[in-house]
Design a protein around this ligand. Structure first.
Ligand SMILES: Nc1ncnc2c1ncn2[C@@H]1O[C@H](COP(=O)(O)OP(=O)(O)OP(=O)(O)O)[C@@H](O)[C@H]1O
Length: 311
């Protein structure tokens, strides 16, 4: 039995006011996550990732389809399904009146878990929160609050850990601490579902990845297969001046850095010639292997071209 099963899940948000249209945020999304997997759910802003996680966590109802957690339906068997899940939300929601330790005790109480002090100490230690155990939640920095949210999600040792952009805006140290700890739990058999915009993290951590675009699933593959499916290499160089249109159409540009997908030596020559013919000089030219960000952009652009063709 899969740890998570999303079966033809659709979600339509009703029109906000008369005259506006209802909005279909998810359209027939189906996939399973097997027990023990580290699974990535990727997609651009507004693709529907948080909506899918809200349905999984029982915070929003699907308009159609169903979601099962170890066979328990998140609507009709909510308590059993919720107990199996540890959800780290994207937004920093917390009660300002309690200390870190108190808030973890209260959260344990919600799940009917008692005498878990040793586990709470381990959570505090693993997430670098021991010094802050008796600090009031409102005294904590944003990064520290996020650590507490992770600890809260894990107090009842859930079999499935769901992380919705847990590293958005957090420093390098927390990222490393968090991933070490989550990877350890995953090795012990906990299933992990992660959404992130940091594709480097997803590439390093996730065994399998689903990509959503405008509420539809556009890719579902092992990470290694996705990487092999990409344009084999990327030509990278620095440039001052306006990129010729033919190169700009296919390039990923970050400041002065230009990255162009290439399949062979001819592609490389053509690209550099086009730049040279425009009177520009490409500096620090190098060729690297494609990474998950290249695959992601390729999948998203392919979808754009297809939907453009259908329109
Ligand atoms: N309560 C709501 N009412 C109406 N529309 C909503 C509601 N919640 C979300 N949406 C819309 O549904 C779409 C999907 O939103 P969602 O938050 O699931 O995307 P996301 O993939 O998590 O994006 P991000 O990466 O920005 O977090 C968006 O267009 C959003 O505006």
């Amino acid at each position: 039995m899969p740890a998570l099963s999303f079966q033809s899940v659709s979600k339509t948000y009703p029109a906000k006011q008369a005259g506006t249209a209802a909005f279909r945020a998810l359209d027939q999304v189906s996939f399973d996550v097997q027990e023990g997997e580290f699974f990535g759910l990727l997609g651009p802003n507004g693709a529907g990732k948080t909506t899918l996680i809200s349905i999984l966590a029982g915070l929003t109802r699907a308009s159609q389809g169903q979601v099962l957690v170890h066979g328990h339906n998140v609507q009709s068997d909510y308590a059993a399904a919720r107990r199996l899940l540890g959800v780290v939300p994207q937004e920093l929601v917390f009660d300002p009146f309690f200390t870190v330790r108190e808030s973890l005790k209260i959260q344990s109480g919600y799940f009917g878990v008692k005498k878990n002090d040793a586990w709470i100490d381990e959570l505090l230690d693993s997430l670098g929160l021991t010094d802050k155990a008796n600090a009031n939640m409102r005294q904590l920095s944003g990064g520290m609050k996020r650590r507490v949210l992770v600890a809260q999600a894990l107090v009842h040792k859930p079999r499935v850990i769901v992380l919705d952009e847990p590293t958005a805006g957090v420093d390098v140290e927390l990222r490393q601490t968090l991933w070490q700890f989550i990877a350890k739990l995953n090795k012990q058999g906990h299933t992990v579902l992660l959404t992130t915009h940091y594709l480097e993290e997803a590439e390093a951590l996730c065994g399998r990845i689903a990509m959503l675009k405008r509420g539809q699933m556009v890719a579902l593959e092992k990470t290694s297969v996705l990487l092999k499916s990409a344009t084999s290499q990327v030509l990278r160089f620095k440039l001052d001046g306006d990129l010729p249109a033919a190169v700009a159409a296919v390039a990923r540009v970050t400041g002065r850095i230009v990255q162009v997908p290439v399949n062979n030596a001819l592609d490389i020559e053509t690209c550099l010639n086009t730049v040279r013919s425009a009177g520009l000089v490409a500096e620090d030219v190098e060729i690297r292997q494609a990474d998950l960000e290249d695959v992601f952009l390729e999948v998203m652009n392919r979808q754009q071209a297809q939907s453009g063709a259908l329109a």
